[in-house]
Unconditional design. Structure first.
Length: 905
């Protein structure tokens, strides 16, 4: 955010209000003209409105300043004074974007009083009401909806907050830091005053008032300080907080052990609310969470749900250092805190469970969502150069690709130097608001490496394509690998310079992995584990030659997915089968299984195009390889499950210029059914060897065993025998945990077999009756139906919107029904209804238009599938485009949706 720009914008706000939203550029960044050293807030919450009094201590930093613009939106100004003197009308100006003070003194205290309306705030940004709880969401620019302020992350202030509310309905009053005072007032009202000893930007401010119950615990830090831990929820949810609490404690010790980072306040609080635009928010000392990322117990929460709670609790906790103690100078630097923190939470989850499984999950997410973003109209570098609405930049690119970039740095430096570099970064910048430059500089200073070229990862969008060829020269026993990199044009730049790409490799010989010696390397240079090497690419084309290679090997390339690139190498299917079985790199074993499946899927897609999928024969090599997996007792069960799972429709679509929705869907389904038939005995054996009577446990081995059993069940239920159906129904009825119950439910509902009859319908109805009191379980039930690939899903989705369980104002419900249908049910979204093939697109546009007026951030996010219109056949693409145009033409469109739509057209 840039002050000079916002001043210009706001200087003409009367005209601006109806004009198209405008673009803000990183190159225009100017430091703020004033600091706000201290912020005293008094928030008096009433039934209909809240009154916010602010006293802000300003100190000029710039040489001079004729007018000072403070952000403020949807505020009713009651009074404004400087140093206790009410301002005359010509000393200030108010418009829809903020308050301008004319000729402010060098240092002064500003006193303002405003009225706001939390109950009417449907944007869930600023101070709002979620069911009976008042809460805030200030990142990125929500604080300006609470009071007038320099609402930008490089303005860090000392906050003291007094909250006043009715004691009966709001017994709990929370804000950041430590509670320093509390007491009763007249008329049954009470107050609490909180002081946060750490200066912070306004986006980390938080306030909560409501009737909450809590569980308490404590943590002793490595230096022996006692920290009180408290998780606040509605009392009905008290039995679902233990997992979040143990995840929090695990995160606190992990951050001490791995990064040497200790928690700094005496209390750490988490509050769960039902209405939340994102997963959670890292407000200093007072994290506010979506209930979906806190509450967990085996009966109501799947294994994936448990893991998500653990990961999000950790992520928000880790922000205390990567984000709060060291924060962002401006919002272009968002990945400074988000990329780094995702990297940190990903390593934490890897350490808590299986690191290979976690890597596969992260890479799958990146490929299914970030790669398409990077190839579409919203492509942006992890440090964007411009934006219209920052809320649109909380993207998979900033988060997940940002994490990949930090991972590459960590791997280039190695664990010891990376730790030294993060220590240096935290120490050097503690209490500061900095840029990604400073982060990389700490890495460069510690390692002595020149990271100039590496920094292109921060400025160039697009996924690099890495083409690899090899050559073996038997007489000289030399093996060479040639890499050529290129990056497709993206909206911000068409001429990409080569990236610095670390490529981890190994070479498989017939009897095992080969010792590696690069041409020119001395024997003394060789690392201890000499079967693994990281090649650093810096040129558009580069060849690496290995000496003393006894045979033509199968290269294992990009081990552990060492860089976020699309790699291609002409593997034979036999090579892939070898890698699947023998690669010492677990990730690449999985990768080989995916590539083998992609090859077979490509055969099937071709057959579909030619109209004879019925005659299609699946390559027996894939079936044999899967059979070996199922018979391999040594392999981690979770890995077997992952390797047996076909590439997602999104990832298959990524392989083609034009997405042929029906071809991909039918090819994938046919292959799945063939696997179910051909490997029937092995799959059934896998199912039978699982002991359903064991008590539920959430450790990695138990999760792995359940995941394999349920993968086998899903396959078997595609072409089930009567016995399979009975097994599935029994699992559904008797499961002691939601993972098994959900797996059985979806297998019954999605099965197209006539034998299954009404079992699916009955199970769905029974499930709702059983769980209607548990909102998060009902969300899973809604989502399962919205994702149902069988024909006419849109009709069922429209019915769901009328169901009493649906709530058009709740983001979790919107995601579970509208989001799930449009993003996770491609066959129905893109084919619509039998007599109206664009019905899915029109449905989405209708929903976006209706939602945009209430919650623009959510509306803008939902538009994503339509933005990909260029990837589809021209008829389909034009139909999608027409709906984008409809959204664009709708009256009063928000800046959020305007940005997405206008960039996509
Ligand atoms: N930092 C928050 C995201 C806030 C998004 C605001 N639109 C959550 C997180 O990444 O931890
Ligand atoms: Zn974050």
């Amino acid at each position: 955010m840039n002050d000079s720009v916002s001043t210009q914008k706001d200087a003409g706000a009367a005209e601006q209000a109806s004009a198209a939203p405008h673009t803000i550029y990183l190159k225009d960044y100017q430091p703020p003209a004033y600091r706000i050293d201290a912020t005293e807030l008094r928030v008096d919450i009433g039934e209909q409105s809240a009154r916010v009094s602010a006293s802000l201590t300003f100190e000029r930093q710039a040489k001079n300043c004729d007018s000072l613009f403070l952000h403020g939106e949807s505020l009713e100004l009651i009074s404004v004074a400087i140093n206790d003197r009410t301002l005359a009308a010509d000393q200030y100006k108010v418009d829809t974007k903020g308050l301008t003070l004319f000729n402010p003194p060098e240092s002064f205290t500003l006193q303002t009083e405003v009225v706001i309306y939390p109950k009417q705030n449907t944007s869930l940004d600023g101070l709002y009401k979620s069911r009976s709880i008042y809460c805030t969401q200030c990142e990125a620019e929500g604080f300006r909806k609470i009071t007038y302020f320099l609402d930008r992350p490089d303005v860090m202030s000392d906050f003291t907050t007094t909250i006043i509310a009715d004691r009966a309905s709001c017994p709990i009053l929370l804000s950041n830091g430590n509670r320093i005072d509390s007491g009763m007032l007249e008329d049954g009202r009470h107050f609490a005053t909180w002081h946060d000893p750490f200066k912070k930007p306004a986006y980390l401010f938080a306030l909560v008032a409501g009737d909450l119950a809590s569980i308490k615990d404590e943590f002793i830090t490595q230096s022996g300080r006692k920290v009180a831990l408290e998780i606040f929820v509605e009392s009905k949810d008290l039995d679902k907080c233990d997992h979040a609490m143990s995840s929090l404690k695990n995160s606190m010790s992990w951050d001490e052990k791995i990064y040497g980072r200790e928690y700094d306040l005496d209390i750490f609080m988490i509050v769960a609310v039902d209405d939340f635009n994102m997963g959670a928010m890292e407000n200093k000392g007072l994290n506010i969470f979506n209930t979906s990322c806190v509450l967990a117990k085996p009966e109501t929460t799947t294994d994936i749900g448990f893991q998500r709670v653990e990961a999000v609790v950790a992520h928000e906790y880790f922000h205390n250092w990567s984000g709060n103690r060291v924060t962002c100078r401006d919002w272009f630097q968002l990945s400074l805190k988000e990329g780094f923190t995702v990297y940190r939470d990903s390593c934490f989850s890897a350490d808590m469970g299986s690191s290979t499984v976690k890597r596969v999950e992260d890479v799958s997410l990146l490929r299914a969502h970030q790669f398409p973003e990077d190839a579409g109209p919203m492509a942006h570098p992890i440090r964007p150069a411009s934006f219209i609405e920052i809320s649109n930049f909380y993207t998979v690119t900033i988060y997940e690709k940002g994490a990949e970039v930090v991972r590459m740095l960590a791997n280039l430096l190695g664990p010891i130097e990376f730790r030294k570099a993060t220590d240096l970064y935290f120490d050097r910048h503690d209490g500061q608001a900095v840029t990604t430059e400073e982060f990389v500089q700490a890495m460069a200073d510690v390692s002595g490496r020149d990271l100039t070229q590496f920094k292109r990862w921060y400025d160039q969008a697009g996924t690099p394509q890495l083409k690899v060829t090899d050559h073996y020269h038997e007489p000289s026993r030399q093996y060479s690998l040639t890499f050529s990199q290129s990056t497709p044009a993206t909206p911000e730049c068409s001429d990409k310079k080569p990236f610095h790409i670390p490529v981890a490799i190994g070479l498989l010989g017939s009897a095992g992995e080969l010792a590696l010696k690069l041409d020119g390397e001395e024997l003394t240079d060789l690392p201890e584990d000499n079967t693994h090497r990281v090649l650093e690419l810096t040129q558009a084309e580069q060849t690496f030659v290995f000496n003393d290679i006894p045979e033509h090997p199968v290269p294992s390339l990009l081990r552990g997915f060492s860089a976020p690139v699309k790699l291609s190498f002409a593997y034979s299917r036999q090579d892939l089968a070898e890698l699947m079985q023998r690669d010492s790199d677990g990730f690449n074993r999985w990768e080989a299984s995916q590539n083998l499946a992609l090859g077979v899927l490509d055969d099937a897609i071709l057959a579909y195009r030619q109209g004879d999928l019925t005659e299609f024969k699946v390559d027996p090599l894939l079936l044999d390889s899967y059979r070996k997996l199922l018979n391999d007792d040594q392999l981690d069960r979770a890995m077997v499950a992952l390797m047996l799972t076909l590439p997602s429709q999104d990832y298959i679509a990524e392989q083609y210029q034009v997405v042929e929705v029906e071809a991909i869907y039918n090819a994938r389904r046919l292959l799945a059914k063939t696997i179910a038939k051909e490997l029937n005995a092995e799959l059934r054996k896998c199912l039978m060897s699982y002991d359903n009577s064991q008590p539920y446990r959430a450790d990695a081995d138990s999760i792995a065993a359940r995941s394999l059993k349920n993968t086998a069940l899903a396959y078997l239920m595609l072409e089930p025998s009567q016995a399979d159906i009975e097994y599935c129904v029994a699992q559904f009825n008797n499961a002691n945990n939601m993972t098994d119950e959900m797996a059985a439910l979806s297998a019954l509902v999605y099965s197209e077999s006539a034998l299954v009859g009404d079992h699916g319908k009955t199970a769905l109805a029974n499930f709702y009756v059983k769980w209607q009191g548990e909102a998060l379980v009902v969300n899973q039930w809604l989502s399962l139906q919205a994702r149902d690939p069988r024909p006419n899903a849109l009709l069922r989705v429209e019915d769901l919107l009328q169901h009493p369980a649906f709530d058009a104002a709740n983001p979790n419900k919107i995601r579970s029904v509208i989001g799930a249908f449009c993003m996770a049910n491609p066959i129905n979204f893109h084919t619509g209804l039998p007599d109206d093939s664009s019905a899915g697109y029109r449905f989405l546009a209708d929903q976006v238009i209706a939602l945009d007026a209430k919650n623009p951030q959510m509306a803008a996010r939902l538009i994503t599938p339509l933005t990909r219109w260029r990837r589809y056949s021209s008829k389909r693409g034009q139909a999608m485009r027409a709906q984008l145009e409809r959204i664009q033409a709708s009256a009063g469109l928000s800046g959020d949706s305007y940005e997405i739509v206008s960039k996509s057209l």
